[in-house]
Write a protein that binds this ligand. Structure first.
Ligand SMILES: Cc1cc2nc3c(=O)[nH]c(=O)nc-3n(C[C@H](O)[C@H](O)[C@H](O)COP(=O)(O)OP(=O)(O)OC[C@H]3O[C@@H](n4cnc5c(N)ncnc54)[C@H](O)[C@@H]3O)c2cc1C
Length: 270
């Protein structure tokens, strides 16, 4: 199907992009989630703002003083190929490398994946376990950090509230270990359930996608270990998408298996 008619803004400055967003336009990054949804008429925005011509939005991955900066125009392919991240945060590059196919990875952006806010988005889950924050620019161009713990507010909903995401920031704690795992029907599909576990000097963080309308942290397991997993994944606590690929019990079983495998992979008894 063709998308409903829409206006396309192609601003060169952040100020013009923010003005268009304030007037109701939706940001367009790689288009790998938004455009298919528009073709299905799942969403019918009246206007889009193409982010590709804005110099202020960078495509840099920088590590400075144990902080990682990921610019708004960094693609999945660029993240997966970054050698510093492969060495220091390999669970992130693994998550990026498992997204879709090569075309999707070349066009889709890390921030687009997060801002689409699908509960099973690879990088949403991996970055939630990595203690990342979205740096958001408001209409007056002031920047604020939104921790991913507070970013996802519902199925494909987020806390930007008319702001533009301009970067991601996350710690690179020395000695951190992490593991990203997903279960998909076939190689290029969105995961049915995905999991990322990261341990560093600040403790253990476990994020799970596909068992609730947003990616979630398993705080009880982070605190009490795998013994708390059965209670943490009790059906009454979650709302997995039950679809033709499996019912709620199946999705929770997948989460249990993947969390245990991820914990084992980072050396934590499971
Ligand atoms: C065939 C196929 C297979 C796929 N497989 C997977 C998969 O296995 N795993 C997975 O996680 N994803 C998968 N995807 C989705 C893909 O990763 C997308 O690239 C990604 O989800 C969205 O990134 P994008 O840059 O294309 O964003 P777009 O589609 O352009 O935008 C997505 C959403 O984010 C908003 N947005 C984008 N950038 C910003 C910003 N800077 N600030 C505020 N809002 C913004 C847009 O307004 C829109 O609502 C697949 C897609 C396809 C077509």
């Amino acid at each position: 199907m063709r998308p409903a008619p829409f206006a396309l803004h192609r601003p060169a400055t952040l100020a013009d992009a923010l003005a268009a967003i304030a007037a109701g336009a939706l940001p367009l990054a790689g288009g790998q989630s938004l455009l298919p949804a528009m073709r299905l008429r799942d969403t019918e925005p009246e206007a889009l703002v193409d982010l590709s011509g804005i110099d202020a939005l960078d495509a840099d991955i920088r590590i400075v003083d144990d902080r990682v900066h990921i610019g708004a125009r960094v693609t999945h392919a660029a993240l997966a190929a970054d050698t510093a991240l492969q060495a220091g945060l390999p669970w992130l590059t693994d998550a990026a490398a498992q997204i879709g196919d090569v075309q999707v990875r070349n066009l889709g952006t890390v921030l687009g994946n997060v801002c689409w806010a699908d509960p099973r988005a690879n990088l949403a889950v991996a970055l939630l376990a990595s203690d990342a924050a979205v740096i958001a620019a408001g209409a007056d161009e002031t920047h604020s950090a939104i921790p991913l713990d507070a970013f996802f507010t519902g199925f494909r909903r987020h806390a930007l509230d008319g702001r533009l995401a301009v970067a991601l920031e996350l710690p690179r704690a020395p000695g951190a270990r992490g593991c990203y795992l997903e279960f998909s029907r076939q190689r290029q599909d969105l995961a049915l359930v995905n999991v990322c576990a990261v341990t560093d000097a600040n403790g253990l963080r476990i994020a799970v996608g596909g068992i609730d309308p947003t990616p979630v942290r398993l705080h009880a397991v982070e605190r009490d270990g795998a013994g708390a997993l059965e209670t943490a994944l009790a059906p009454a606590r979650h709302r997995p998408i039950a679809d033709q690929h499996g019912d709620a019990a199946y999705k929770l079983h997948l989460a249990d298996v993947l969390v245990r495998r991820a914990l084992t992979a980072i050396g934590i008894a499971a």
